[in-house]
Design a protein around this ligand. Structure first.
Ligand code: NCD
Ligand code: ZN
Ligand code: ZN
Ligand code: ZN
Length: 349
């Protein structure tokens, strides 16, 4: 079975400043191994990507190391930058409206408004906003008359507010991460207290059920691949975040076998809608060969991410990536990543 190359609009590459967790090499190897041929990198690096200079640094690292195609987000900070010269170079603007990993958080709603108004409407704006912040973000983006993309939606009330906003014509889109579709708070004990830290938190069983019941409202699947090392996850102040690039497609394929998703549901949310919402180019001669019948067990030891663990360790899944072809080149074959370091292309060039 052949699928188009997947497009993941929410990935943390950790470079610069956190390359012991992941870098543009290991992170894009993990992407390709999972059938993802295009990633958009988040800006909560160290330093955070917030201006031309920090953007140059992140893009230079990506250009020299990435094995799949990529874009880089700019993080909205306390000062609204001169958008000319920046807007064309970025995958989008990311606004952190609630507490999460990294220093980027905008507390004042007037600052949200200034960012919503400053960026041209064709620049995608993605927000980390949970619960009532999500409702506030939708309202303020709508008042500024610009589209807004809501990251990692995880609860019943959030998805229901998004349905209402869409029904009344507000230009809102959203993504859901695989861990919020396949895990709930009851799984946290088995995963481990530190390891199961993630933002948004693993939700209640009825929230997970509500996401599945409102699949038609979910525009995109995106991993929020947020690698932290095992030592960090099991240490004093465990940072929130799960790796996800190498398990997302197998989890979705397994859900196809279980009759909970169709292949068309996957393609729509993991290729077509991401391209449309983020104005991304098509990748010619690019596809993923999957084996829907292959039964296997998830093992972090066989993965490419530098973080060395997965919340899905030991899961028995049906459905696996056999090979990936990117722009005519075979870049993955049976778990081996063959793509050359630095062969990925910037989607905004
Ligand atoms: C992300 C990270 O580690 O960068 N963590 C997380 O729990 N999702 C930050 C984020 O996406 O909010
Ligand atoms: Zn987030
Ligand atoms: Zn994230
Ligand atoms: Zn477009």
């Amino acid at each position: 079975m052949r699928l188009p190359g997947l497009v993941d609009v929410h990935v943390h590459m950790r470079e610069p400043g956190g390359t012991h967790k992941e870098d543009w090499d290991s992170g894009t190897a993990a992407a390709l191994a999972g059938g993802v041929t295009m990633v958009l990198g988040m800006p909560n690096t160290r330093p955070a990507v917030t201006d031309n200079q920090t953007l140059d640094e992140a893009l230079a690292a990506a250009a020299s190391k990435a094995r799949c195609d990529y874009g880089q987000y700019l993080g909205a900070g306390p000062v609204v930058p001169d958008v000319s010269g920046l807007a064309e170079r970025i995958a989008g603007v990311k606004m952190y409206l609630d507490q999460t990993y990294g220093p980027l958080r905008l507390d004042e709603m007037d600052l949200w408004v200034r960012h919503f108004s400053a960026w041209p409407v064709q620049v995608p704006v993605a927000v980390h906003a949970e619960g009532r912040s999500l409702a506030a973000a939708i309202l303020l983006a709508s008042l500024a008359d610009r589209p807004v993309h809501l990251c990692h939606v995880s609860t019943r009330e959030e998805i229901e507010v998004i349905r209402m906003a869409k029904q009344s014509g507000v230009k809102v889109t959203c993504e859901v991460a695989p861990h919020h579709l396949f895990l709930c708070e009851e799984d946290a004990a088995a995963i481990g207290a530190g390891r199961s830290e993630v933002r948004p938190r693993l939700a209640r069983r009825r929230d997970v059920e509500a996401l599945w019941q409102n699949l038609d409202v979910i525009d995109c699947f995106a991993t929020d691949h947020a690698p932290h090392t095992l030592a960090e996850k099991e240490g004093e102040n465990p940072p929130p975040g799960f790796p996800g690039l190498e398990t997302a497609l197998p989890l979705f394929l397994n859900a196809v076998t279980e009759g909970r998703l169709s292949l068309e549901d996957i393609i729509q949310r993991y290729v077509t809608a991401p391209r449309r919402i983020f104005h991304l180019p098509e990748q010619a001669d690019t596809w993923v060969e999957v084996d829907l019948d292959a039964a296997w067990e998830v093992r972090a030891a066989e993965m490419h991410s530098r973080c060395g663990w997965t919340p899905f360790e030991g899961w028995k899944l049906r459905g696996r990536v056999r090979s990936v072809t990117l722009r005519g080149q075979e870049v993955v074959r049976d778990g081996q990543v063959l793509a050359k370091v630095g062969s990925g292309r910037n989607v905004r060039l």
